[in-house]
Write a protein that binds this ligand. Structure first.
Ligand code: IVH
Length: 658
């Protein structure tokens, strides 16, 4: 799509969403989705170097909706400009200093609450009106609705003739969840976000509905006021609010950029722990006379900025949907996209999981897409912006042959699969990646590059070949990019791995659904590898902790034998599982939390496994012990709830008999 065409489509979309949001209280998309579209629009607009007429970037919001009485604010309710990083904040600060003269600026910093702005007017100390922001100049009178909020002061202690006090109305997450559950139980249309729920509730015409939902509020701003209001800065104003029982949030003052930045980071790091949503911090020039001098431009003041947290959703464009081959032969579709920076990570590939998901998304090459990344979570493709299609989109080409080995593919449930096993280079590569990993055979020196080269050059055609590399020692040492030392280290590591424990070996095989814990249970139950290899479905199902699906996967693996088990086993001397005298932890499920002075958690896990215990990752009623170090996490609380025996570091040696 040509850039002008995309801009026009985006503009129409943004205006439609503005109307849905501001006028109809019925948004179709989340705030983050809107932000992402808006950002894309701004980027394209900046590139073409010309401002759009009727551009949504010039608007605060659409005109207020009907039904509520209108009211003009004494002082307009403005919006805020955004900064996203230190550099942009510096520019803001430069502009401030230019206008007020080079002098020390004290800033007041508060969280930016993601709710709905309201303005409360107090006349002669009595609440006379609560008004929505509307278009910034004229809002709607929603006094009765606001009065349903528990802690709204109806009177002021020490008051000027008239004063407007601004705040943000929102729902706490737990309340939002409950409201949506209730709506769902009545087959209603759920709110998209706590913010939409607050908007919909504040402007709901049915007071009963409003009163039944626990709206909340934080106050932060001074609007218009008579000249007898004498507070001179944001600090004193916030303290005035507190004295008059307005609910306020924490705020701090700093006079230098580093202090501001650190405090913004602190707010950001607290974000996950809050039970309400914030989307940034607001940095304000503290002194009211300086604010006055700075004034505002277009829709936003020059004396404040919103330091926005990294967006977790952005719009990008699909280059092509491609397919990758995993170690078990599953072919995973993934979208390659124009790279976007989200929450600090540059994203250019996104997994689309399986063929059902591909169908559900109805994605095409060249589509505009919404991408999400929350915290350290894997990026997701939230949706395809079908309304932005231009005709340049082309259907995704679904392969019928394996992209790596050209075998015919088949469907297994929602998964497309290649059945070539170790004959497929990509599967062989994936097998070795898992096989040598720390929790598996723990072989060092077979990193990405060496693994790939050894396979491509035909030195490793099967799992067992890894243990026969030695005969090519001199050839390998002379290969470009393979240092002599690194090959020696690899050989040494291969040799010392020839006697794996049974649990380790079973885990190394890479049987689908068989993780460390299941592998330990299988080792304990079967004792020798040949017992395990000759098992059948009935026997597996007799085991306590093996379900139908896992049992079936194991049998499939053993019968189809995709890795050449016997050949591999011949190269090794797998230790039988022997219950020795100090296997006192036999079959005990043990969870570890916190940090330890003498051991890493990995070391503790290995000791536990050696002694027959089962290291588990989460606490349940079946957990036998919790080994608890410094700074334990929520696992400790959970273990206490279940009454699980705790082992502290000082008792570890005795407990583990080491
Ligand atoms: S001060 C002149 N402080 O964010 C405008 N606003 O995007 C000064 N908001 O309209 C606003 N938390 O509805 C301010 N601590 C805070 C805020 C805050 C949320 C909202 C407010 C404003 C919007 C701007």
């Amino acid at each position: 799509m040509a850039p002008e065409e995309e801009i026009n489509k985006l503009k129409a979309e943004l205006e439609r969403h503005n109307k849905l949001y501001y006028q109809d209280d019925n948004p179709e998309i989340s705030d983050a989705e809107y932000d992402a579209l808006y950002q894309r629009f701004k980027d394209l607009e900046a590139k073409q170097n010309k401002k759009e007429k009727l551009s949504p970037t010039d608007k605060v919001g659409a005109k207020p909706a009907r039904n509520f009485e209108k009211h003009d604010h004494i002082k307009p309710m403005l919006s805020l400009n955004n900064v996203f990083n230190e550099e942009e904040f510096e520019k803001f600060e430069e502009r401030v200093l230019k206008r007020v003269g080079n002098q020390e600026i004290i800033y007041s910093i508060e969280p930016k609450f993601d709710g709905i702005g309201v303005s409360l007017t107090y006349e002669k100390g009595k609440l006379s009106k609560a008004v929505t922001r509307g278009d910034g100049i004229t809002g709607e009178v929603i006094t009765e609705n606001v009065k349903t909020i528990k802690h709204i002061p109806l009177t002021l202690k020490d008051y000027p003739e008239v004063i407007e006090i601004r705040g943000e109305v929102f729902f706490r997450l737990k309340h939002f969840k409950k409201i949506n559950e209730e709506i769902e139980s009545k087959n209603g249309k759920k709110f998209l976000s706590p913010r939409n729920a607050a908007a919909g509730t504040l402007r709901n015409l049915d007071i009963e509905v409003v009163a039944s939902r626990p709206l909340d509020v934080f106050f932060y701003g001074l609007g218009g006021h008579s000249s007898d209001f004498t507070k001179r800065n944001q600090r004193d104003f916030l303290n005035f609010l507190k004295e008059n029982n307005f609910s306020t949030n924490e705020f701090t003052n700093f006079s230098n950029k580093d202090g501001v930045k650190n405090y913004v980071d602190k707010i950001l790091s607290s974000r996950e722990d809050l039970d309400y949503e914030i989307d940034g911090a607001v940095v304000k020039v503290d002194d009211f006379s300086k604010q006055e001098k700075l004034g505002f431009v277009s829709k936003a003041p020059r004396w404040a900025v919103a330091w926005k947290f990294p967006a977790t959703e952005k719009v990008s464009k699909v280059k092509k949907v491609l397919f990758s081959v995993g170690r078990t032969g599953v072919i995973t579709p993934f979208a390659t996209i124009e790279p976007v920076l989200i929450a600090g990570a540059n994203i250019s590939n996104i997994s689309l999981h399986n063929m059902d998901e591909l169908k559900r998304l109805e994605i095409m090459d060249n589509d505009s897409v919404l991408v999400r990344r929350a915290g350290d979570v894997i990026p997701q493709l939230v949706k395809v912006n079908k309304e932005l299609r231009s005709g340049d989109e082309t259907p995704v080409k679904i392969p019928d042959k394996c992209p790596s080995c050209e075998s015919e593919l088949f469907l297994d449930g929602p998964f497309l699969k290649c059945g070539a096993g170790m004959k497929c280079k990509k599967q062989l590569f994936g097998f070795f990646e898992h096989f040598v990993s720390r929790k598996a055979m723990n072989i060092e020196g077979l990193g990405y590059k060496i693994n790939k080269t050894l396979i491509n050059l035909g030195y490793m055609k099967s799992a067992a070949d890894l243990f026969r590399l030695k005969k090519y020692e001199s050839e390998l040492k002379s290969l470009e990019g393979f240092g002599e030392k690194s090959i020696e280290n690899l050989f040494q590591s291969i040799e010392s791995s020839r006697e794996p424990s049974l649990a380790m070996f079973i885990y190394s095989l890479g049987i689908p659904e068989v993780g460390e814990t299941t592998a330990s249970s299988l080792a304990r139950y079967f004792k020798t590898f040949s017992n395990f290899k000759n098992t059948n479905l009935d026997e597996l199902l007799q085991m306590d902790n093996i379900g139908d699906i896992v049992a079936q996967k194991i049998i499939n693996f053993l019968s189809t034998d995709p890795i050449g088990i016997d050949d591999l086993v011949n190269e090794l001397s797998i230790k039988d599982f022997i219950v020795t005298e100090d296997s006192h932890l036999d079959n005990k499920k043990i969870v570890i939390t916190g940090t330890f002075e003498e051991y890493s958690r990995e070391e503790l896990k290995d000791i536990i496994k050696d002694k027959g215990g089962i290291p588990s990752s989460s606490v349940s009623s079946k957990t036998n012990y919790l080994i608890c170090g410094e700074n334990p996490g929520s696992k400790l609380r959970k273990a206490e709830e279940f009454g699980i025996e705790l082992v502290k570091e000082e008792n570890l040696k005795e407990f583990l008999k080491i």
